[in-house]
Design a protein around this ligand. Structure first.
Ligand code: NAD
Length: 147
């Protein structure tokens, strides 16, 4: 039965960091929804969960989500990792980066707000790490999420 479990949505969940968080969230008995357009990530990163009913994968481009995107309904936590990370190409193609990393982030925030998601967190480059990701707990100090 997965109906009564809390739902965590991971954008970019097929990527490097997102897929590791998916592993941990499933282990912690969350229902997990991954949205990823597979532009940089790979389904292979999630293949160990192929038959896990608690995991839903949707190939979605965050740039195209509307504020009333249904997939955010009943989601408790959003972890936002969808983005383009390579720095040098951003000089060649800044519009693409703006669309995904800035406007796409706003779309994720708006959809989260519209669906009254409890907490949202993302990864950036803080002076001091605010992430502690281990087997015992995920404690995201910034967002106050303790899993
Ligand atoms: N890896 C690091 O050390 C590090 C450090 C600080 C910040 N970050 C940032 O954290 C985020 C995740 O990093 P990562 O190393 O896991 O990168 P990654 O490239 O492995 O993962 C990013 C994921 O986002 C997906 N994606 C890209 N554009 C998308 C879009 N428009 N819609 C939906 N999905 C999209 C990709 O397919 C990929 O699966 C990135 O934004 C990165 O810049 C990474």
């Amino acid at each position: 039965m997965t109906r009564n479990l809390k739902i965590a949505l991971v954008t970019g969940g097929a990527g490097f960091i997102g897929s590791h968080l998916v592993d941990l969230l499933l282990k912690k008995n969350y229902r997990v929804i991954v949205i990823d357009n597979l532009s940089g990530g790979r389904l292979d990163n999630l293949k160990q969960h192929k038959n896990n009913k608690k995991l839903t994968f949707k190939k979605i481009n965050i740039n195209n989500i509307s504020k009333d995107e249904k997939i955010f309904k009943n989601v408790s936590y959003v972890f936002h990792f969808a983005g383009i990370g390579d720095i040098v190409p951003s000089i060649e193609n800044p519009s693409n980066y703006m669309a995904t990393n800035v406007q796409g982030t706003v779309k994720v925030l708006e959809a989260s707000r519209f669906s009254k998601v409890k907490k949202i967190d993302h990864l950036d480059y803080p002076a001091k790490p605010r992430w502690a990701l281990d087997e015992k707990a995920i404690f995201l100090k910034g967002a106050g999420i303790k899993i």
